[in-house]
Design a protein around this ligand. Structure first.
Ligand code: ASP
Length: 343
C-alpha cells in the first residue's frame, strides 16, 4: 500500500516535470513565467567613431535606450512580446535620428515611402505595409493589417485607406521632412551625376543606415519581431526592401526565434535571411548565433552587408553585423540595458 502511494507520488512528480517548459535552459522562475528578453536596433552601416561627435552619439544612444525602456515597460508586468516590439519600434519611428517614420530617407523623387512588418511567433500571424507616405507610425498600421484584415501585406494608398478606416493616425507628407535626410539626398544625387549618371548601387553608404527593429520574448515564452524603415536613400519610387517582407527582413516563430534585419534589402530578400535563421535552427539544429552568422554570410556572398537582432526560444540574444557599426541595444541578464554602436 505504502509502495503504491510512493509510486503515485513519483508519477505525479514526473508529470509535473513534463508539464514544465522542458525546452528551457534556465528554468522558469515560477510556473509559466519565462525570463523576458528584448533587443532593438537602429540600423547597420558605415558608422565610424571618427565621424561621430560625442553629442550625436549621445542622441543615438538615448534613442536606443528610450526604445528599450518602452519595450521593457510592457514586458516587465507580464505584457506580450507583440506589444513590446510594437512600442519599441514606435519610439524609434518618432525619433528623427533613425530612418523610419519621422527621419525616413527620401526617394529619388523627393518623397518618403515607408515599409514595416510585424510578426507573432506564437501564431505565425504577420502584418506588413509598404510604400506608405502618410502613416505616422507604419508599424501600427502593419499590426492593424495583421489583426484587422485577412491579408498579410498591403501597399500604398490602399494600405492608407485601410488605416484611415481603422483609426490609424495619418499625417501630411511634410511631417516626414528632415533637413539632414534632404541634404543626404542631394549628396546622393550629386554623387550619381558625378559618376556620369551611371546608376550606382547606393545602398549601405555611410548615410543610409537607420532602419529600426525590435525582437522580444515575453514572460509567457512568446516571441515577436518588428521592423520599420524608410528604405534606402535615393531609391526609386515604388522600391520595397526586405524590412516588410516576411522571411526576409523579419520573422518570428516560437519554435525557433524572432529576427529583425537591417542592411542591403535586395540581398536580404534574395537570401531570405530572417526565415533562413529559423530554418537552420529547426532543421539543422544550429544555435541562434550560428544560424544568424550563416544567414548573414549568405547575404554577403550575394553582395549585401548589414546586420540583425534575434532572440531564441530560450531567451538568448544575438546581434551580429558585418558593417562597421550597428546601433543596437538589449536587456542584459542583470536587468541592465547594454547599448552599443561600433564593432
Ligand atoms: N533594409 C532596408 C531596406 O533595404 C535598409 C536598411 O536596413 O538600411 O529597405
Amino acid at each position: 500500500m505504502k509502495l503504491t502511494s510512493l509510486a503515485i507520488g513519483c508519477l505525479a512528480l514526473a508529470l509535473c516535470g513534463l508539464a514544465a517548459p522542458a525546452q528551457e535552459n534556465s528554468p522558469p522562475m515560477k510556473q509559466n513565467t519565462y525570463r523576458i528578453a528584448l533587443a532593438v536596433h537602429g540600423g547597420a552601416g558605415t558608422i565610424e567613431r571618427s565621424k561621430m561627435t560625442p553629442e550625436r552619439e549621445r542622441e543615438y544612444r538615448a534613442g536606443i535606450e528610450n526604445a528599450l525602456r518602452a519595450g521593457r515597460e510592457i514586458l516587465d508586468p507580464g505584457g506580450s512580446s507583440l506589444d513590446a516590439v510594437e512600442a519599441a519600434v514606435r519610439v524609434l519611428e518618432d525619433d528623427p535620428h533613425f530612418n523610419a517614420g519621422k527621419g525616413s530617407v527620401f526617394t529619388s523623387a523627393g518623397t518618403n515611402e515607408m515599409d514595416a512588418g510585424i510578426m507573432d511567433g506564437k501564431t505565425l500571424s504577420a502584418g506588413a505595409v509598404a510604400s506608405v507616405e502618410h502613416v505616422r507610425n507604419p508599424i501600427v498600421l502593419a499590426r492593424a493589417v495583421m489583426e484587422k484584415s485577412k491579408h498579410v501585406m498591403m501597399v500604398g494608398s490602399g494600405a492608407e485607406e485601410f488605416g484611415k478606416r481603422n483609426g490609424i493616425e495619418l499625417v501630411d507628407a511634410k511631417y516626414f521632412f528632415t533637413q539632414h535626410r534632404w541634404e543626404e539626398l542631394q549628396k546622393k544625387k550629386a554623387e550619381q551625376a558625378g559618376a556620369g549618371g551611371r546608376k550606382k548601387f547606393i545602398i549601405s553608404d555611410a548615410d543610409c543606415h537607420g532602419t529600426v527593429g525590435a525582437v522580444a520574448r515575453d514572460s509567457q515564452g512568446n516571441l515577436a519581431a518588428a521592423t520599420s524603415t524608410g528604405g534606402t536613400a535615393n531609391k526609386l519610387p515604388g522600391r520595397v526592401g526586405d524590412s516588410p517582407v516576411i522571411g526576409a527582413g523579419i520573422y518570428a516563430n516560437n519554435a525557433t526565434g524572432a529576427v529583425s534585419c537591417t542592411g542591403d534589402g535586395e540581398f536580404f530578400i534574395r537570401a531570405a535571411v530572417a526565415h533562413q535563421i529559423s530554418a537552420l535552427m529547426e532543421l539543422r539544429a544550429m544555435s541562434l548565433s550560428e544560424a544568424a552568422e550563416h544567414a548573414l554570410a549568405d547575404a554577403q556572398k550575394l553582395g549585401g552587408t548589414g546586420g540583425l537582432i534575434a532572440v531564441d526560444k530560450n531567451g538568448n540574444v544575438a546581434l551580429p553585423f558585418n558593417t562597421s557599426g550597428m546601433y543596437r541595444g538589449y536587456l542584459g541578464e542583470d536587468g541592465k540595458f547594454v547599448i552599443e554602436i561600433y564593432k
